[in-house]
Design a protein around this ligand. Structure first.
Ligand SMILES: NC(=O)c1ccc[n+]([C@@H]2O[C@H](COP(=O)([O-])OP(=O)(O)OC[C@H]3O[C@@H](n4cnc5c(N)ncnc54)[C@H](O)[C@@H]3O)[C@@H](O)[C@H]2O)c1
Length: 393
């Protein structure tokens, strides 16, 4: 049987657009043609187009006219509008994380830190509702690009849960590094928050996913989040923070540390840490404590490969691992970081959905649960960590 032909476009020409393009070119199930790109400026659009041998589109609508799948690789504040536009045309939007959020009240002097988090939660839930309504009316579906769901470590745990029918009692995990590179990160009106949403969404969604898997395996229906308790801090903004340059510290109105503790519908729990203050490369892991087994999912670093380099400059043109401060000495060098993070696997699954109608594990319900949990987390944090219910949509 010949492979289905799928035409794709990318909106955004930055960091995530590059790894989406790489992954789209590795798709095996379908014959994918990446037609073109549209980004904010003519320069960035054309630069990306020339580098990757695709067309530059000055206008998003012109790009949408000729594609079946749209990779949405722009700041979170734009996700809803672009995804809704794609869905209205029957185009499958692959939406980068976080699905959506609350991006302020349009006031010039809006500041996320100190803003009403009750209002933020209402705004975020309204945004999800609009996206779900657009999906319900479309022939296409939202494909939520949470790569942790497709990471090989998390998928191995899915298999263990399905085959052993284990009960997860507690999960704990983290995503952390020394600061996001994206210029939009640090501004609440573009990113919808700080560490809790920007980084915490990854281990949180993996935890929400595994509890769904457990529920499916044991009862035929997912176990979903019920309440959340959270604390947030802006450590790099403390007046006594000692800035010696290793940690990004120019955040405008976001938190750089978050602890999010979720209680599920069955009373079991997950605790997720997210921060921008951890040196030594990314620290992405999730540990699962079940009644019948225990699993430690090390997404990055992992010790599958370790290198010792006595002279920094020897590795100048060798990629070692994400956000490492130095290539000298011992390193947990990643042999295929994209694969360990689940990027090619998620994009393969999304093209199977677009081309052949397959179900996806990372869908709009999982994405909506994540955003609903996080914004109830922000309400909790604003109230010193009081337990808050999670509104399921
Ligand atoms: N899954 C992951 O591990 C991961 C990693 C990084 C980023 N992301 C997500 O990817 C998304 C983009 O982040 P990034 O790191 O690629 O940011 P980036 O700053 O590197 O790139 C953003 C791109 O968006 C474009 N853009 C901005 N406004 C636009 C507009 N109005 N119209 C068209 N294009 C516009 C810019 O031109 C730029 O090319 C975010 O949602 C982020 O959370 C996910």
């Amino acid at each position: 049987m010949s492979k289905a032909k799928v035409r794709a476009g990318i909106v955004g020409a930055g960091f995530s657009a590059s790894f989406h393009l790489e992954a789209a070119r590795r798709v095996f199930c379908a014959d994918v043609e990446v037609v073109g790109v549209h980004a904010k400026t003519q320069g960035s659009t054309e630069g990306f187009a020339v580098k990757h041998g695709i067309q530059a589109f000055a206008d998003l609508d012109a790009l949408l006219a000729g594609i079946d799948v749209l990779h949405i690789c722009v700041p979170p504040a734009l996700h809803e509008a672009v995804a809704v536009k794609a869905l209205a045309r029957g185009i499958f939007p692959i939406v980068e994380k976080p699905l959506t959020g609350y991006f302020g009240d349009d006031a010039e002097d809006f500041a996320g830190r100190g803003a009403s988090m009750a209002q933020a939660r209402t705004g975020a839930l309204d945004s999800i509702k609009r996206m779900l309504a657009a999906e319900a009316q479309s022939t296409a579906r939202i494909l939520y690009a949470e790569n942790w769901v497709y990471a090989p470590t998390i998928q191995k745990e899915r298999e263990i849960l399905e085959k052993t029918k284990g009960q997860i009692l507690w999960m704990h995990g983290e995503e952390a590094h020394s600061g996001s590179h994206a210029p939009s990160y640090g501004h609440w009106h573009l990113a919808g928050g700080g560490a809790m949403i920007g980084k915490g969404c990854h281990p949180l969604t993996a935890a929400l996913y595994l509890k769904k898997v457990e529920g499916r395996a044991r009862f035929g229906k997912p176990i979903r989040p019920a309440t959340v308790t959270a604390r947030t801090h802006a450590l790099t903004q403390l007046p006594n923070f000692v800035d010696i340059g290793h940690i990004r510290a120019d955040y405008v109105d976001i938190e750089d540390f978050a602890m999010t503790h979720v209680t599920f519908q069955d009373g079991t729990i997950a605790t997720v840490f997210a921060s921008d203050i951890v040196l030594g490369g990314v620290h992405n892991w999730l540990e699962v404590c079940a009644g019948n087994h225990r699993t430690i999912c090390n997404l990055n670093p992992s010790n599958q490969l370790q290198t010792y380099n006595p002279v920094e400059s020897q590795f100048d043109d060798i990629y070692v691992v994400e956000k490492i401060g130095t290539k000298q000495g011992w390193a947990m060098t990643a042999p295929d970081e994209d694969f360990s993070h689940g990027f090619p696997q998620e994009i393969e699954a999304f093209y199977r959905a677009a081309a052949y109608g397959d179900a996806v594990e990372s869908d709009s319900e999982l994405a909506a649960d994540c955003i609903a949990t996080i914004y109830s987390g922000y309400v909790s944090a604003a109230n010193g960590g009081i337990e808050e219910p999670v509104s399921l949509l």
